[in-house]
Design a protein around this ligand. Sequence first.
Ligand code: BG6
Ligand code: MG
Length: 226
Amino acid sequence: MDSRITAAMAVRGFIFDLDGVITDTAEFHYRGWKRLADEMGFPFDRAANEQLRGVSRRESLLRLLGERASQFTEDKLQDMMTRKNAYYLQSIQEISPRDMLPGARELLQELRAAHFKIALGSASKNARHVLRSLEIEKLFDAVADGYSVERHKPAPDLFLFAAKALQLAPGECVVVEDAAAGIEAAKAGGFYAVGLGPPERVGGADAVFPNLENVHVANVLNALKQ
Ligand code: BG6
Ligand code: MG
């Protein structure tokens, strides 16, 4: 049998990114950074924000500042991160189960019913708070978040942490991601990668869908066999 077919049949777990996959908090992260950048007089727009997708809070700030970063003390960098996070938390105050992206809840429930193991693999330190607001904590067997590892995406550490928590090997897990850094991390760790979004961004994945709307377990497993 073709090795990819055997491999796709070996899938026993799924690791989901949060922001931009399960809920559209990616937009609120953008607005938080935009407000900080405007207040500080730094140029920042949606195109620049694409470079921050999926990366940690600290790395996002460093990318936003670019060469300016060296002008700031550690205290000042911390202060800017705290401010951005306060703006972000303010904007997600009202988040509720209605804010799941189309298809996300359905796929999680389908996976659960089919006895796949499910983990969260998000760089965000606010991930547990968001899961609680969406009322989907119970759908996850394990949570890997911004507190779980030192090295963030594109390093594979977060997904390896999640797989270990699920007691599965990377080759038994599918990572679902909307960020180039996340796809890179998944592939570096030996996971199957499903990318959500335009191929220019997630084309490095093993299978690509525009989003999770109408994406069922069978669609994912079939796409991985191609
Ligand atoms: C990722 C987002 O999930 O989490 C990034 O895609 C964000 O935009 C990162 O910077 C860290 O999030 P937080 O909530 O810890 O600032
Ligand atoms: Mg994301």
